[in-house]
Design a binder for this molecule. Structure first.
Ligand code: ZN
Ligand code: FE
Length: 266
């Protein structure tokens, strides 16, 4: 008998499991039941990943890294030693990804079992940052580029680069789930209200986030639709945000740069 295949376009295949680690990091396990392929996205530390694998009964086959920072690659070598898994990461940053086996870059497709990710180069937070988009599963793993109502600090990139990177993610389907790497949502919302307080969708979402956090619940994943409506870093081309930072009529990159500058000292 031939095993049923589930590679019909548009069919969700992946089982995605959250592992909260350190202060506020989220590490994600991504499992394709059809083939048993299992990836961990941005493993900061090994032991919580091992515990989650044991609990789920999954065997680690891949590490997907979004960028080189230690809270995203810290367990690469330990997990590779324990599981012999394949490490996938940004071509532009191959020298800074411990144990990297496979490099990917903008427009590349990478298969995880029967699922497939499209890769985007999204420089800004770091110069080699990438994101993985599993279109059929409506799942985006964007590391520290796009957060719920926020974006990553510009450690190695310019505002123009980051605005362009965010633009690639902003255009994805509204239902796309945004699996970012940190639970920064509540403080991001507080800042967002200072530059977009007239945005009813933002005000409502901020209240929902406060309620979730008061119950100790996660606010991630978000969705691209929600981010388009409420994330001030995606709304730098909106006249209301430009006006709020005193830059009416200025181009979106200037507005984005000013919003980012204010957030850095918030
Ligand atoms: Zn980072
Ligand atoms: Fe991080």
């Amino acid at each position: 008998m031939v095993a049923p295949r589930r590679n019909t376009p548009g069919h969700a295949m992946l089982d995605i499991h959250r592992i909260p680690v350190l202060q506020d990091n989220y590490v994600w396990l991504v499992h394709d039941a059809a083939t048993s392929a299992t990836a961990v996205v941005d493993p900061a530390v090994a032991e919580p990943v091992e515990a989650a694998l044991r609990q789920k009964g999954w065997r680690l086959t891949h590490i997907l890294n979004t960028h080189h920072h230690g809270d995203h690659t810290g367990a690469n070598l330990a997990l590779k030693a324990a599981h012999g898994c394949t490490i996938v990461g940004p071509a532009a940053d191959r020298a800074r990804i411990p144990g990297i086996d496979v490099t990917v870059a903008d427009g590349d497709r990478y298969r995880l079992g029967e699922a497939e990710a499209e890769v985007f180069d999204v420089p800004g937070h770091t110069r080699g940052h990438i994101a993985y988009w599993f279109a059929d599963d409506q799942a985006l793993f964007c590391g520290d580029t796009l957060f719920a109502m926020g974006c990553g600090r510009l450690f190695e990139g310019t505002p123009a680069q980051m605005w362009r990177s965010l633009g690639k993610l902003k255009g994805l389907p509204a239902a796309t789930r945004v699996f970012c790497a940190h639970e920064y949502t509540q403080s991001n919302a507080r800042f967002a209200l200072t530059v977009d307080g007239g945005n009813r969708a933002l005000v409502e979402r901020a209240a929902e986030v406060d309620a979730l956090r008061a119950r100790g619940q996660p606010t991630v994943p978000s969705t691209i639709g929600l981010e388009r409506a409420t994330n001030p870093f995606l709304r730098a081309d909106d006249p209301a945000v430009a006006a709020a930072v005193g830059l009416s009529g200025h181009n979106p990159v200037e507005v984005f740069a000013e919003v980012r500058r204010r957030k850095d000292s918030f």
